[in-house]
Design a protein around this ligand. Structure first.
Ligand code: PLP
Length: 390
């Protein structure tokens, strides 16, 4: 794609209208016949719960992730909750989680009366780091939730080493990074979500693999854990009406599975197109004083769930206004550190009320429109508008 001509506000590109953060409609239109038929098939079959489309999706996702067992569920938050329930943690056990993440990653810890231990993240990758994790490990620490932020894997090798050393469970929050691959120092490449003990993901419509409603999945390579997860997600029963533990009810419905079956074979292509958009942003947003484009790690591919800039000098909100005036949506993921949220105030077991990187990121980050259906003119217009601001 060519470089846009507008660099300093002198050359004006014609405005592009109706720009979306995520263009789900265009994605649908590109496979309309197939999706319509798949949904209609479910409706006509009457197999709305646990139908064959769910089993097909489960098998497809197992293959995609390279995971032994996939247990579909109702949403990504449930996936995380069920994962922690299946590990048999006890009230007061400590679970390490980044302070810079979506609320769900920490919410389920508090909900289960476990103790969240919040740690800072890397200022360039937005991901949790082994050294910050190690500093907060106590005899009560039982699990780590690495959140693969915005489409890139956390640096898992040193995190796994720590978990082995201290006998900790790893539950990956892979809601934003399905499709990314992490490469170990021995050259082995593994999909995010299939690296730790349990992986959790979300099929919320705007996620890289989005359903047409809510959905989620849990995966593991451990047979015993898979059994436990299945049980917890199904009212704590293996056998109908015999309940071994208090569980919950969390299912992926057949219509969502039918949609996901259409989209899963296209996921690599979606991720490629997101990367192409990111490449374009990267190439055309260099050399602006006070704007940092997202860093790319050597040991992870990037699937760009979000394309997130850092804007320093307190100008982030002004840039957002500038974009808005030009008809360009943007989002702040995330504006408030978890330890500053009313719901979590005073809950962090490590008694944190300030982490410098998280605090800075909440003030500096802004995510530009990112999806798999861009026309070049749209990207050129967004880039030119950002450049005009500086
Ligand atoms: C979206 C998301 C979730 C939750 O997924 P839902 O399906 O909305 O419950 C959890 N963690 C992260 C990091 C997310 O982005």
């Amino acid at each position: 794609m060519a470089t846009p001509t507008a660099k300093d506000g002198s050359a004006q590109l014609p405005p592009v209208t109706n720009i979306q953060m995520v263009d789900l409609k265009a994605q649908y239109l590109a496979m309309q016949d197939e999706v319509d038929q798949a949904i209609l098939d479910v409706v006509r079959s009457g197999a709305f719960i646990n139908g064959p489309t769910v089993k097909q999706f489960q098998a497809g996702l197992e293959e995609f992730l390279g995971a032994q067992y996939v247990i579909p569920c109702a949403n990504g938050t449930d996936a995380l909750q069920i994962a922690l329930m299946a590990l048999g943690l006890k009230p007061g056990d400590e679970v390490i989680v980044p302070a810079f993440t979506y609320v769900a990653s920490a919410e389920i810890i508090a909900l289960l009366r476990l103790s969240p231990v919040m740690v800072d993240v890397d200022p360039r990758t937005f991901n949790i780091r082994a050294e910050d994790i190690e500093a907060v490990i106590t005899p009560k620490t039982k699990a780590i939730i690495p959140v693969h932020m915005f489409g890139q894997s956390c640096d898992m090798e040193p995190i796994i080493a720590l978990a082995n050393k201290h006998s900790l469970h790893i539950v990956e929050d892979n809601a934003q990074s399905i499709g990314a691959t992490y490469t170990f120092s021995d050259g082995q490449s593994v999909r995010t979500g299939a690296i730790g003990d349990i992986g959790c993901t979300s099929f919320y419509p705007s996620k890289n693999l989005g359903a047409y409603g809510d959905g989620g999945a849990i995966n593991t390579n451990k047979e015993k854990l898979a059994e436990e997860i299945r049980k917890v997600a199904n009212h704590g029963q293996n056998r109908r009406y015999y309940h071994d533990v208090v569980g919950c009810n969390s299912r992926l419905d057949s219509i969502q599975a039918a949609v996901l079956n259409c989209k899963l074979p296209r996921l690599e292509g979606y991720c490629d197109r997101r990367r192409m958009a990111a490449d374009y942003y990267d190439a055309n947003l260099q050399g602006l004083d006070g704007l940092l484009t997202p860093a790319r790690q050597k040991n992870s591919t990037h699937v760009f769930h979000q394309y997130t800039l850092r804007i320093d000098g307190g100008r982030r909100d002004a840039l957002q206004e500038h974009l808005k005036a030009a008809g360009i949506p943007s989002m702040i993921y995330y504006p408030v550190p978890l330890y500053d949220q009313e719901a979590f105030r005073g809950t962090a077991a490590n008694d944190i009320d300030f982490l410098p990187v998280t605090d800075m990121l909440c003030k500096e980050v802004i995510s530009l429109p990112m999806h798999s259906e861009f026309e070049e003119a749209t990207l050129a217009y967004i880039v030119a508008t950002v450049r005009n601001f500086f």
